[in-house]
Design a protein around this ligand. Structure first.
Ligand code: SF4
Ligand code: SF4
Length: 179
């Protein structure tokens, strides 16, 4: 597979600087409101704060890929004497919890790095984090060229998702016999 140059975007999170103000959640939800900035609701934000002031835990987490099933087991981490569940760090919109789901439709939310036209200089959560807990970086990296799926592959992929690989194979084999 050939390599191509790609601009990769990063947001660095410095937990020591986060004071749990939740400005990032407000900014993200306002930016993604329709029309833009017409409302704000942290439940619609693509960044959520795991917050436990009694234990001095403030952990901003970005929404990532959707997971159809919850994990079978969950690890615990102790960092600087504070205990975290594996779920605290997880970026998935998953059936085990309410975060990263659009509150009206239940559809999964995912951080899009504030894609905009014209582009934003920095993502909105970074712009509004006045404590500099979030910092934005761009780097050019060599990555494998993405293989664009054809129409047939996309269709087959969704059939496999819905019915399972073996059932799709059996059906194709049965259809081939009829020809
Ligand atoms: S980068 Fe943009 S979309 Fe992602 S969490 Fe921050 S404000 Fe929301
Ligand atoms: S805006 Fe910054 S300091 Fe405030 S909760 Fe978000 S990451 Fe933490």
């Amino acid at each position: 597979m050939s390599k191509v140059k790609k601009k990769v975007k990063f947001i660095k999170i410095d937990l020591d600087k986060c004071n749990g103000c939740r400005a990032c959640e407000v900014a993200c939800s306002a930016f993604h409101a329709n029309p833009k900035y017409s409302s704000n609701n942290p439940a619609r934000s693509r960044i959520r704060l795991i917050r436990d002031p009694l234990r001095d835990v403030y952990l901003p987490v970005y929404a990532g890929e959707h997971a159809r099933a919850e994990c079978m087991g969950r690890d615990k981490y102790v960092i600087d004497g504070k205990e975290y569940s594996e779920c605290d760090f997880c970026r998935a919109s998953c059936p085990s919890r309410d975060v990263f789901k659009e509150p009206d439709s239940g559809l999964p939310l995912k951080c899009d790095m504030c894609e905009d036209d014209p582009p934003q200089e920095k993502p909105l959560c970074v712009q509004w984090c006045l404590n500099d807990a979030l910092t934005y970086e761009e780097r050019e990296e060599e990555v494998e060229e993405e293989v664009k799926l054809g129409e047939m592959e996309i269709g087959l992929e969704s059939m496999v998702d819905k019915y399972g690989f073996q059932k799709v194979i059996d059906t194709v084999a049965r259809m081939a016999k009829k020809d």
